[in-house]
Design a protein around this ligand. Structure first.
Ligand code: FES
Length: 110
């Protein structure tokens, strides 16, 4: 397990997501408010679309793919609605001070 810094907490506005590249990984980090952040693979499992460009639902803890509208669980990466049927990688997130860290060798299986 390796903890890698992805971003600062101020880089991601509340209720939104931003894209970061870490060790060759494309990571979408979402800010759910209250110091809660989630991180998943940024590329949709259905076709080529970037999930960070989609809408974050802070109550349901999902992000909606901007291309065809599948929603993904931000904690597990699993799709909650069609047309996507495959999940995306989800990363465990730790916040230390102003730093958002992800565990890169222990991805939650999609
Ligand atoms: S590209 Fe994401 S649902 Fe189709």
């Amino acid at each position: 397990m390796a903890l890698v810094r992805v971003a600062s907490t101020t880089d991601v506005p509340e209720g939104e997501a931003r894209r970061f590249e870490v060790d060759g990984r494309e990571v979408a980090v979402a800010n759910l408010g209250g110091g809660q952040f989630r991180a998943i693979h940024d590329v949709c499992s259905h076709a080529l679309a970037y999930l960070h460009e989609g809408e974050v639902d802070v109550d349901l803890e999902t992000i909606e793919c901007p291309k065809h509208g599948s929603t993904f669980d931000l904690s597990t990466g699993h799709p909650r609605s069609l047309p996507a049927t495959q999940g995306v990688a989800a990363y465990r997130v730790k916040v230390e001070g102003d730093d958002i860290l992800i565990e890169t060798e222990d991805e939650v299986s999609a």
